[in-house]
Design a protein around this ligand. Structure first.
Ligand code: HEC
Length: 154
């Protein structure tokens, strides 16, 4: 009897864990994100997100650091390329979450909560008009926190 109860609990834990993992996996629609990236971002940021030296910043292992700062979390969606893109709020959230999951695995804080369409809708506009100044302030803030992985100049 006792072992049956243990089995039942074990089965429940296994099922619940599987359900939770599935829910997490479903948060990002990778195929849709890739399509959004290709059509709206990749032309400038390049296929693997490395950017173009002197012109376009890399998005690899930098966004993860930005989103750790409250203002940085908004910065990422308010840069003109993201803010003004043709992507709707849900698709922009999905693309950003995908970038954080696929190109920023190392830098993304463990506590990172995925962007939602509601959050994007509330903050993506207006697009930043002083990107360089806002960015420099964030990079300095990261440096003060001991993180120098995001270059001041790209
Ligand atoms: C027309 C070229 C272009 C397109 C298209 C574009 N970007 Fe950008 N992006 C830039 C440039 C240039 C910057 C540097 C800041 C600035 O001048 O706007 C930048 C900056 C960024 C940054 C800040 C990174 C940093 O280190 O400062 C993020 C995040 C970003 N873009 C995301 C996106 C996303 C997501 C898309 C697609 C929805 C996108 N961009 C589309 C050119 C582009």
């Amino acid at each position: 009897m006792k072992s049956r109860a243990v089995l039942a609990v074990a089965a429940c834990v296994a099922l619940c864990t599987a359900a939770a993992m599935q829910a997490q996996a479903q948060e990002i629609d990778a195929a849709r994100a890739r399509q959004g990236w290709v059509l709206n971002c990749m032309g400038c940021h390049t296929a693997d997100g490395s950017g173009i030296p002197g012109k376009v910043p890399a998005l690899r292992e930098s966004l993860g650091h930005f989103v750790a700062l409250p203002e940085g979390r908004q910065f990422v969606m308010r840069v003109p390329g993201a803010s003004n893109s043709a992507l709707n709020d849900a698709d922009l959230a999905n693309v950003l979450n995908w970038l954080l999951a696929t190109m920023n695995e190392q830098s993304r804080p463990a506590s990172f909560k995925p962007y939602t369409a509601e959050e994007i809708a509330a903050h993506r506009r207006p697009a930043l008009s002083d990107v360089a100044r806002t960015r420099l302030k964030l990079v300095k803030e990261l440096q003060e926190n001991g993180i120098d992985a995001v270059p001041e100049h790209y």
